[in-house]
Write a protein that binds this ligand. Structure first.
Ligand code: GLA
Length: 409
């Protein structure tokens, strides 16, 4: 039975949250304010809180370490909601950190990092991916956003949700150990209309899942497209490329782009193209083929339209699977979102050095970002990304980590 989850609730339709509501309520009751976090405290087995550093304006940034019953360990900071590390076992039970990132807050605040802007591990908002020309019209008004990616707006602007301090509450619940992050984006922030109150919950379950729940409300109509920008290398971060990882994307179609990576509006079948990942295929197998779309992206950097069949918009469906043959590690991603951006780490160029002291080279990590389509505010035929006052934006993505000798079917 697929897990039901209510994604967009319109005009006071009854809340279908069921068990999840109960979990969230329990979470709130058990939550401990991040202001109580000090040098190194624990909120019980499985969650440890410590100080990560301070922002230039003096605000304290914390790090939360969540561990599940099988020893999987996730470290998250409330700066940008960034996943700093994720340790999972390979098929021999050996744990490695599979998430690209850094050990210090300074590294995330550095000029080198801000220039390269890979968004390692971060929450992306208010709008994941690009908005053409940094402009859109809504209810007869034109809004101008930062053009922080050539002539386009990318990942929420100059100071998107990846570069703000979130208010954090760790919790332990029947669902797992977790962290609720809250951020209020003021009306006009980064050019967007409406005061947006957003909440992202990370839950690490004993079923070896990382569950990411997004929720937001606004006081004026606004575009919204929240996602998570973790890069994984299933051999362990700091290893060589991800080109031998086998990828399956449950997508019969993708949205081709122009040379600035804005969708043309076409929804194209993947059949017979290097974008056909409906059967697991090594990422590197076709990445160097002569193909206009691959040339525009410098590799894969495209939005794939998921096969949701008749699934309700609030139902989790399989989006992608990635398996790495040496370690046997497998990640399976399910989501309530209609699409996923597959980015093969084409802009990584060895300039940034990660946790093992290894440079993050070209295509040494991949990102799979569940989302609505890029540039939807300017593309009427795409599913709407407009959140109206009185509605609640809800989205869920689940990553399940395991290891096995072969991928099977
Ligand atoms: C997304 C974009 C890419 C790139 C990365 C971050 O995946 O589509 O073009 O900007 O984020 O480097």
């Amino acid at each position: 039975m697929p897990l039901m989850y209510s994604q967009r609730l319109r005009n006071g339709s009854p809340l279908l949250l069921g068990a999840i509501a109960a979990v969230l309520l329990a979470n709130t009751a058990q939550a401990q304010s991040s202001s109580e976090a000090n040098a190194s405290s624990s909120v019980g087995s499985g969650i440890q809180t410590s100080v990560f550093g301070h922002l230039p304006d003096g605000r304290q940034v914390d790090v939360y370490q969540l561990t599940n019953a099988n020893g999987i360990e996730l470290r998250v900071t409330n700066y940008g909601g960034i996943i700093l590390s994720l340790k999972t076992p390979d098929m021999d039970g050996k744990f490695d950190d599979i998430a690209l990132g850094f050990d210090s807050l300074e590294a995330y605040l550095s000029d080198e990092y801000r220039q390269a802007n890979p968004y390692f591990g971060a929450i992306i908002g208010r709008y994941g991916n690009r908005i053409a020309g940094g402009q859109f019209s809504l209810d007869g008004e034109t809004y101008s956003l930062a053009t922080n990616d050539g002539s386009n707006h990318l990942h929420g602007g100059d100071q998107g949700f990846d570069k703000v301090l979130w208010q954090a509450e760790p919790f332990e619940s029947d669902a797992g150990n977790g962290l609720v992050l809250r951020y209020t984006s003021e009306d006009g922030e980064e050019g967007y209309p409406g005061k947006l109150e957003s909440e992202v919950t990370y839950t690490l379950t004993d079923n070896d899942e990382l569950m990411v729940d997004y929720r937001a409300v606004t006081d004026k109509a606004t575009p919204i497209n929240l996602t998570q920008h973790s890069y994984f290398n299933l051999k362990g971060e700091g290893s060589d490329t991800i080109l031998d990882h086998q990828l399956m994307i449950n997508a019969p179609e993708f949205t081709p782009v122009n040379d600035t990576l804005i969708p043309t509006g076409e929804i194209r079948s993947v059949e017979g193209t290097p974008f056909d990942f409906t059967q697991a295929t090594p990422i590197g197998e076709r990445i160097e083929q002569e193909n206009e779309q691959l040339a525009f992206g410098g590799g894969y950097d495209h939005n794939f339209v998921l096969a949701r069949d008749n699934a309700a918009s609030d139902e989790l469906v399989l989006a992608a699977k990635v398996w790495e043959p040496q370690s046997g590690r497998l990640v399976e991603i399910t989501t309530t979102e209609p699409a996923i951006q597959f980015y093969s780490g084409n802009f990584l160029n060895g300039d940034l050095t990660g946790k093992q002291g290894q440079a993050y080279g070209h295509r040494s990590g991949f990102a799979l970002e569940t989302q609505h389509y890029p540039d939807s505010p300017n593309q009427e035929a795409f599913p709407s990304t407009i959140l109206e006052p009185g509605e609640t934006y809800r989205s869920r993505t689940v990553y399940r980590f395991s290891a096995q000798q072969d991928l099977g079917s």
